[in-house]
Structure formats: structure tokens, C-alpha cells
Design a protein around this ligand. Structure first.
Ligand code: AMP
Length: 407
């Protein structure tokens, strides 16, 4: 089978590596460190299966365009991708599906937004309705900071059109859990749970990012909890999508918070998580290309299985990420890092300069994944390898999977 992966980040690199165990893989546009990368646009590539990585082309209808010419595509159409493209619509659908989620309101004007903020407790959450690369969410205990964020979002200053509608939510507290479900339009199967780390700084400090690291499996999340998430969140959401005539074939990624009142939905994403994919996919024990092709065809037959080994990924980012990333610095040490036992480097923000030198070209540059029989060793090796890669101002969050080491 020939598979075309669309995207060029560490998630697509991890998809390409996992898929290439059983398929021939091309990646568009890829990047200089992803084998099989091609600059040809997806519409000019022939493949037995297309797997679309990032949310933006999904929201933009790439899956629809490819399906219209008869291609087999893993990834929802623009209708289903709206779940991620509009947080307001996601909340509305969650309410219809009776999925537990934080109390919220949707606003386009400051005064009613301020009035709603006054009804909340002491943790305020302000989100852009539209896509903002994981950075459009503010969680704060400051009522005035929340109100200022609303003003910045609504004016278009902070996130352009994505922020002209805001969703305000009550703050929830509790550990977070990501569960990725593979959907064929009718049914869904769960992949192994992962935990990711969204804030830039150790101890969950600083602004939200695309994700600074992740690990899998998650000892706290047993099969019962996975079953609850599938029954209470994923299945009712799929059923509601179906009732809306939306044939959802792709990943439904449920981001949840385990609150004292039980699990609640934080958000849905419509694609593989990044960096969750970099710890979940290396643990996949079956034929990933077959599973995704089945889902894309509307009939999942495989049961996902995972190796017992643990995986930890540590993201190496650039100075200033996520607010003002500094780019263009030479990257060194890839070979030594890749030689650490059990380590794979998944590349994202990398480019070649005119002289052929690899340089940083995006906020998140590499996801350094180590797979090992136990989480403690996987964590140690991921950090050992991450230390060996260098560029000026490299940024690494120091406490990825640290709680596991203490437990
Ligand atoms: P989202 O893009 O909606 O997943 O939000 C990004 C991150 O913001 C989540 O992973 C949470 O850490 C945090 N967050 C979002 N919504 C809430 C909420 N209602 N309460 C507390 N934290 C939240």
C-alpha cells in the first residue's frame, strides 16, 4: 500500500515512521529530516490512502477535495473538522450529545462577556473560537487579565479573525487526559492513552503551547476509564455527528479533565495529537496502515494493540517559543542524540540554509522520543538525547513525566 501523509511536523514524522513498517510512505510537504518528503501538493500525488496530519487543511476541506476525486482519505471533511475549527460549535454539539463539559458562554461583544466573567468562580478561561495553533487559550485567576484578553481577542489584535468570537469557560481543575479514538463514521476504537504537557514552563507555568512533551502509557488511566471516555464522550459525539449527516472518518481526539465531579471535556481535536502521536504511535503493535485504511473505508475491523513498553517524548523548542520564537540557528548533535538507545528524533521546525546547514525553522524543532520497558528509563533516555542536540537558546521543559518518576 502507498500512503501519503499530509503535513511536515513531528506528528507527521511519527506517522510516517509507524506507517512505513507496513506501507510505502510519502510525506507532503514533510521537512528535510522526514524520509519520503516531497514538495508536490497532495492533489498531485497518487496514493492508496491519504492521512491528513494537521487541523488546518482538514478545516479547509482537503479531505473533501481528495474524496471528491475518488481517493481513500483518513481525516474528517470540513463539516466534521468544524469541531476543532470552532470551539463555540464544539460546545454546542457537546451539549446536544449530553457530553459533560465546563459551563461556558460565546461572545462577540465585551459587555456581555464581562457580565459572564462576573458569574464565574476564581478561575477564568478565555478561548478564541477559531484556530490559533494551540495558543489561543488563557487560563487565569485574574478577572482583569481575563477581561483584557477578551478585548484583545475581540478586536482581532491578538489572533486576527480567529479571536473575533470568544468562548469563556469556568476553570476546571484536575489532571488532564488525552484519548485518541479512530473513527470510521459509525464506530470508534481507542488508541493507548497519553498525557501531554501544554504550558511552556516546568510546574505548568507560562503560556500554553502546542505541547512540550508527553508520555504513554499513563498509569492513572486504566481500561475502565478508557471505557467511560468512549461510552460517555466519543460514542455520543459520533452519534450526534451522524444525526447531523456528518460521516466522521478520522481521529477524534478527546481532551479531558478528571475533575472532582468526574471527567469533563476540555476540547475535541480532529487529528492526531502532537506530541501525543510521538509516544502513542511508536507503541502501536499492529498494522497502522491497515487500521487507518479500514477507518477511511468506513469499516474498522482491526483491534488496536500496543506494546507494553513505555514512551516519553521531550520537545526541543527555540528561545522565545511560543510568543516570539527566534529562528535560523544552526542545529548540531542530531547523530549523537539519535544513537541513544531506544531514541527516535521526530522533526518539525527544521530547514536547510543555503549552505546546506540544518537550521531551526519553527517554534518546536524536534520531539525526542525514547521507548523503553519502563517509564523511568524512557524518561531518562529522552532527556539524555534531548541534551545532546544543540542550538543557541534551545528550550526544553524539564518536568515531562516527572511525576511518574516520583510515584
Ligand atoms: P484547549 O485548546 O481548549 O485544549 O485548551 C488548552 C489547555 O487549556 C487545556 O489543555 C487545559 O490545560 C487548559 N484549559 C482549557 N479549558 C480549560 C478549562 N475550562 N479549565 C481549566 N483549564 C482549561
Amino acid at each position: 500500500m502507498k500512503v501519503c501523509v499530509v503535513g511536515g511536523g513531528a506528528r507527521e514524522h511519527a506517522l510516517a515512521v509507524a506507517l512505513s513498517r507496513t506501507a510505502d510512505v510519502v510525506v507532503t510537504p514533510g521537512n528535510p529530516l522526514i524520509p519520503g518528503s516531497t514538495p508536490a501538493p497532495p492533489e498531485e500525488i497518487e496514493a492508496d490512502l491519504f492521512v491528513i496530519g494537521p487541523e488546518a487543511p482538514l478545516v479547509d476541506g482537503l479531505a473533501d477535495r481528495l474524496r471528491a476525486r475518488g481517493d481513500l482519505v483518513f481525516g474528517p471533511g470540513a463539516d466534521g473538522a468544524h469541531l476543532e475549527g470552532s470551539k463555540a460549535w464544539m460546545k454546542e454539539l457537546a451539549a446536544r450529545a449530553d457530553v459533560p463539559t465546563a459551563r461556558h458562554g460565546t461572545f462577540t461583544d465585551q459587555a456581555p462577556a464581562d457580565a459572564f466573567l462576573d458569574t464565574l468562580g476564581d478561575l477564568f478561561v478565555v478561548k478564541t473560537d477559531g484556530l490559533a495553533a494551540g495558543k489561543g487559550v488563557l487560563v487565569t485567576t485574574s478577572r482583569s487579565e481575563a477581561s483584557e484578553a477578551v478585548a484583545g481577542y475581540l478586536s482581532g489584535d491578538r489572533f486576527g479573525d480567529a479571536g473575533r468570537t470568544v468562548v469563556i469557560e469556568e476553570g476546571m481543575v484536575g489532571p488532564e487526559l488525552s484519548l485518541l479514538a479512530i473513527c470510521d463514521g459509525q464506530t470508534a476504537v481507542a488508541l493507548a492513552p497519553a498525557q501531554d504537557f501544554k504550558r511552556v514552563g516546568a510546574g505548568d507555568t507560562g503560556p500554553n503551547t502546542g505541547g512540550m512533551g508527553a508520555y504513554s502509557p499513563v498509569p492513572m488511566i486504566d481500561d475502565d476509564l478508557v471505557g467511560i471516555v468512549m461510552d460517555r464522550f466519543v460514542e455520543p459525539t459520533l452519534a450526534t455527528l451522524r444525526a447531523d449527516d456528518i460521516d466522521y472518518r478520522g481521529v477524534l481526539y478527546a481532551g479531558l479533565m478528571l475533575t472532582p465531579e468526574g471527567p469533563k471535556l476540555v476540547e475535541y481535536n480532529v487529528r492526531f495529537g502532537d506530541p501525543e502521536s510521538q509516544v502513542v504511535l511508536p507503541r502501536y503493535a499492529g498494522d497502522l496502515a491497515a487500521l487507518l485504511a479500514e477507518a477511511a473505508s468506513g469499516h474498522i475491523e482491526s483491534t488496536p494493540t500496543f506494546v507494553d513498553d513505555a514512551a516519553v517524548t521531550v520537545v526541543c523548542a527555540v528561545e522565545g517559543y511560543p510568543t516570539s520564537p527566534r529562528l535560523g540557528d544552526p542545529i548540531e548533535g542530531l547523530e549523537a542524540a539519535g544513537a541513544v538507545e531506544g531514541v527516535t528524533l521526530y522533526s518539525a521546525g527544521v530547514a536547510r540554509s543555503e549552505s546546506g546547514q540544518l537550521v531551526t525553522a519553527g517554534g518546536r524543532v524536534l520531539a525526542v522520543t525514547a521507548v523503553s520497558p519502563d517509564l523511568v528509563t524512557a524518561r531518562r533516555r529522552a532527556y539524555e538525547a534531548a541534551d545532546l542536540v544543540t542550538w543557541s537558546g534551545k528550550l526544553v521543559r524539564s518536568d515531562i513525566a516527572a511525576a511518574v518518576e516520583r510515584s
